[in-house]
Structure formats: structure tokens, C-alpha cells
Design a protein around this ligand. Structure first.
Ligand code: NAD
Length: 514
């Protein structure tokens, strides 16, 4: 049996147990929690218990914070070239262990192995980006702002930062957070999703192997209590959060009340506008991949299609392509989409689809009640399509987070843009068209932070930032890119004057001017 948690540094008791226990990482040591409460991590394709994750105790949390605080004093003064070199080694080790990381993601989260590799790879790109931190973190300098006076600014690390992760990208999202934070000179407390914590532990093992000193990265597991402890602890200066709106707004306000910076990436309802002139084949493929890929459990999944003009001609072709998708356990080579994360998630998806039907939507394709041979107890939901959807339906107002596409019709591009702009979320929106004029109008008028033009999932690479807006984001500095560096640093501005001793000096009581 392949250990889904690796084994290099763990205390022997944690991996010898059956099911194995997911260790915390405190001060450079992978430690079994002394907690009396553990949560089962369940393989969504089989219902097997993969491991157990602790509700970390308060004492353990305090030890992690104190290890991070202690490590900060030396890490912040470690040359930036050394910090970059740790990231260079880290990215090499992630590549080396790509298959092992992806297998862990598939085992705990359910997505297909190929998609899991993409999850790791999109995180790896942030590590690669962090390798150029010396340039990214550069300050500014103006010589001679006044006679003999120069001013320069320095981007300094904040101290101990923390990251709270969702279940849907167990590799990419931790990698959005700690590589940028620690390469800027901060130390870090990571709280992975309790549903799939293994990949964070594997990544931390690799970070230590790459030379990250003890205490620079720490991991504490748990749910609400540990999150609240992170929000309340005065030693923690900044929190990166990715997840639902309920948790994100709670964390944003609770941590901000304590004076912390927070970047909070939250839920979404991403729309695509399909114009009558769109390239048929490319658009159909894009809608199917972005609507049903990862079983719809991406924050940038396309969940609503607004057809300008008649949707009839698109409907049958989309149904045909959706029906051809293979639903299977993520480890099976033919799988196009795997299970959703939990029984509760599956029930919620069923309920939202049913509510759509009951409020007048047409069920064009029903993926409920699907049974996958060999994986009869898996949380599978097949591709599902509802048309004639209206803005007042619960299935439209709620983020479904499953393989469900909603169809809406609009008479004009203007009306389609208005429909999207009335939606409270603003993560992403795309248009499919061959008209530059329509594309430009869309780009200018659409109220969403990440815009795709003939691109279904416009997630920016790390030299840009992940720029969801409206209810999809709280804070003002986004994840990764320049904004990410700004989030994990504060500016110190120095004004210096060097005069030779012979120059005249008198008291000037007025506000200095040049
Ligand atoms: P979630 O909010 O349930 O959990 C996220 C984290 O918050 C977990 O670590 C969890 O332990 C913690 N948490 C949950 N409820 C809490 C509470 N009430 N108080 C304190 N902590 C709490 O989210 P999820 O189900 O794991 O992830 C799916 C959600 O994440 C979707 O809404 C999706 O759109 C969103 N998401 C957004 C982005 C983005 O970049 N905008 C990316 C990925 C996922």
C-alpha cells in the first residue's frame, strides 16, 4: 500500500496507526496531536477512512505560534538569495514527487489523477514565481528629495502569517499562500482543510527537505476553534483565507477587529455569455470542460451559461457531449470527473437541482442517482443541466459546487451583461464570440474580477494576481503576483541626510519644505 502521507519525518506512532493520524508540524517536527478528538478523512470514491485529522489543542496551537515567532527573528534576516534558493529546491522536489502528491489529492479529494496533477502544477507555478522574490520585493529610491536628502522605501515582512484552506484544491491553495509569505521573510501557520489535509503535510515535508528552517512553516489541523484561535492571536499579523462566504466573512471581520490584514477569496457563480457567432466546437468543449471538470468543484467553474438569442441549437449538442463524459473514481484512467467531496455535498447538490425543477426549470440532463460499478458507495453526481433558469431560483442564487450547468436566455448582449452584473458574486465571467466589438464591450462593462474572452476559466498565472471581486473577495490585496507580495510585506520609508560637518546648521521651527 502506498502511504498517502509519505513518511520521512513523522513520529512513528502517527503512521503505524490504522487509520494513520495526520500530524501537526510544530517547530520543524511532525507531531501526533494529543487531542482527544479526531475527524475521519474519507476517500470520496470509496468511503474508506484514509486517515484521521486532529482538532489541535490550544497548547499545541500556542506552541506552533511561538515556534513561528521565534523562527521569524532569524528568518527575516536570512539573505533573500538564500530564501529564494530554498524555493528553487522546493520546486524541484515538487516536480520529483508530482505523482505522489497527485495520488494523495485524488485519494482524499476525489478529482481525477490528471486534474490532480494540474492542481499541483498550478501551485508549483507560484513556487517558481517566489524564486524571483528579490526583484518582486524591491523597494523604491528617490535621490535628492531635498538638499542632500534621499528617500527610499523597503518592503519588510510582517511577522507570523497564517493561511486557512478549502478542500477543493489541496495542493494549489496552500501553495498560493506559504511560498510567497515565507520567501518575503515571514513565518507561517497553515491550517489545511480538515477534509483533505494530507497534501499540505506532504508539501511541508518537501519544504523542510528543501532547507526551510524549523519553525518557518508550521501546520495545525482542525476546524472552527482553531480558525477562531488564529483570528484572535495577537502574534499573527495577517491571514490568507480561501473558502466559502460564511467562513470568509466571519474570518475577515473577526481578524480585522484584531487589527490583522486579511485577504479572503470566497464563493462564486461564474457565468459565460455565448453569442450566436461563437465558434461552435470550441465553445461546446469549453463549456463542458469548465462546467463539469473537477465535478464542478472549482471556484472558477462555469456554472451558468447565458445564451444570447435562442439556446435551442446549443442545447442538444451540449447534452450529447456531457453524456459522453465518463464518471468514475479519480484513480481510474478513463475518468473525466470523479466524485464530489462528501455525502452531504452530494445531498445538497441533489436538493438544489430539485428546487430548480420545482420552481420551473427544465431538467435537460439528470446526473442524480448515478451508480459507478465498483464504486457503488462513492459520492458521484453525473453532469446535470437545467434550462429556463431565472434569477429568483434558489439553484441560481446559491453556489451549487457540483457538476451542474444552468442555462439562461437573453435577447441581447446588453441584457446578458446586466444579468451577470446583478449577481452578487464577481469571481469570473467569460464570453464566447468571434466579434471583437462584443468582446470589448463585455470586457469593459462586466462586473467580475477575472474575465475570459473565448477562455472558460481565466485564472491568471502568478505574475498577475487572482482578482475576484464583489462578494467573491474581501480585502484589498489579492493572492500572488505583485498584490501578493504587497499583502505579505509592509513598507518602511527611510529619509536620510548626510551633510559634511562644515555645512551650516540652524534651528528651523517651521514644517520642513524643500
Ligand atoms: P469552507 O468555507 O467550508 O472551508 C474553508 C476553511 O474554513 C476550512 O479550513 C474550514 O475548516 C474553515 N471553516 C469552515 N467554516 C468555518 C466557520 N464557520 N468558522 C471558521 N472556520 C470555518 O469552504 P470549502 O467547502 O472547503 O471550500 C469550498 C468553497 O471555497 C466554495 O465556496 C468555493 O467557491 C470557495 N473557493 C474559493 C476560491 C477563490 O479563490 N475564490 C478558491 C477555491 C475555493
Amino acid at each position: 500500500q502506498i502511504s498517502v502521507l509519505g513518511n520521512a519525518h513523522f513520529s512513528t506512532s502517527s503512521i503505524k496507526r490504522n487509520p494513520m493520524r495526520v500530524p501537526n508540524l510544530i517547530g520543524g517536527n511532525f507531531l501526533d496531536s494529543k487531542s482527544s478528538t479526531f475527524i475521519d478523512v474519507i476517500n470520496p470514491a470509496t468511503q474508506e477512512v484514509v486517515s484521521q485529522v486532529p482538532l489541535t489543542t490550544d497548547d499545541e496551537f500556542k506552541s506552533a505560534v511561538s515556534a513561528a515567532k521565534k523562527a521569524f527573528t532569524t528568518w527575516r534576516n536570512t539573505p533573500i538569495t538564500t530564501r529564494q534558493r530554498v524555493m528553487l529546491k522546493f520546486q524541484e522536489l515538487i516536480r520529483r514527487d508530482m505523482d505522489k502528491l497527485a495520488l494523495n489529492v485524488t485519494t482524499e479529494q476525489g478529482k481525477t489523477l490528471k486534474d490532480a496533477q494540474g492542481d499541483v502544477f498550478r501551485g508549483l507555478e507560484v513556487v517558481e514565481h517566489a524564486c524571483g522574490m528579490a526583484t518582486l520585493q524591491m523597494g523604491e529610491y528617490v535621490s535628492n528629495v531635498s538638499h542632500g536628502i534621499d528617500t527610499y522605501s523597503i518592503r519588510e515582512p510582517l511577522g507570523v502569517c497564517a493561511g486557512i484552506c478549502p478542500f477543493n484544491f489541496p495542493a494549489m491553495i496552500p501553495l498560493w499562500m506559504f511560498p510567497m509569505a515565507v520567501t518575503c521573510g515571514n513565518t507561517f501557520i497553515l491550517k489545511p482543510s480538515e477534509k483533505d489535509p494530507g497534501c499540505s503535510v506532504l508539501l511541508a515535508e518537501l519544504a523542510l527537505e528543501a532547507g526551510l528552517p524549523e519553525g518557518v512553516l508550521n501546520i495545525v489541523h482542525g476546524t472552527h476553534d482553531i480558525v477562531n484561535a488564529i483570528c484572535d492571536d495577537d502574534n499573527i499579523k495577517a491571514i490568507s483565507f480561501v473558502g466559502s462566504n460564511v467562513a470568509g466573512m466571519h474570518i475577515y471581520s473577526r481578524a480585522a477587529a484584531k487589527g490583522k490584514r486579511v485577504q479572503s477569496n470566497m464563493g462564486a457563480k461564474n457565468h459565460a455569455i455565448v453569442m450566436p457567432d461563437a465558434n461552435v466546437d470550441a465553445t461546446l468543449n469549453a463549456l463542458v470542460a469548465a462546467g463539469f471538470g473537477a465535478a464542478g468543484q472549482r471556484c472558477m467553474a462555469l456554472s451558468t451559461v447565458v445564451f444570447v438569442g435562442n439556446s435551442q441549437s446549443w442545447e442538444n449538442k451540449l447534452i450529447e457531449r456531457a453524456k459522453a463524459l465518463k464518471i468514475n473514481a479519480g484513480t481510474e484512467p478513463d475518468a473525466d470527473l470523479g466524485p464530489v467531496i462528501s455525502k452531504q455535498a452530494k445531498e445538497r447538490i441533489h436538493r438544489l437541482v430539485q428546487s430548480g425543477v420545482e420552481s420551473g426549470a427544465r431538467l435537460l440532463l439528470d446526473g442524480r442517482n448515478i451508480v459507478v460499478p465498483g464504486y457503488e458507495s462513492g459520492n458521484f453526481v453525473g453532469p446535470t443541466i437545467l434550462s429556463n433558469v431565472t434569477a429568483n431560483m434558489e439553484c441560481y442564487k446559491e453556489e451549487i459546487f457540483g457538476p451542474v450547468l444552468l442555462f439562461i436566455e437573453a435577447d441581447s448582449l446588453e441584457e446578458a451583461i446586466n444579468i451577470i452584473n446583478r449577481n452578487k458574486y464577481g469571481n469570473g465571467a467569460s464570453i464566447f464570440t468571434t466579434s471583437g466589438v462584443a468582446a470589448r464591450k463585455f470586457q469593459t462593462e462586466i462586473e467580475a474580477g477575472q474575465v475570459g474572452i473565448n477562455v472558460p476559466i481565466p485564472v491568471p498565472l502568478p505574475f498577475f494576481s487572482f482578482t475576484g471581486n464583489k462578494a467573491s473577495f474581501a480585502g484589498d490585496l489579492n493572492f500572488y503576483g505583485k498584490a501578493g507580495v504587497n499583502f505579505y510585506t509592509q513598507i518602511k520609508t527611510v529619509t536620510q541626510q548626510w551633510k559634511d560637518s562644515a555645512s551650516e546648521s540652524k534651528i528651523n521651527m517651521a514644517m520642513p519644505t524643500s
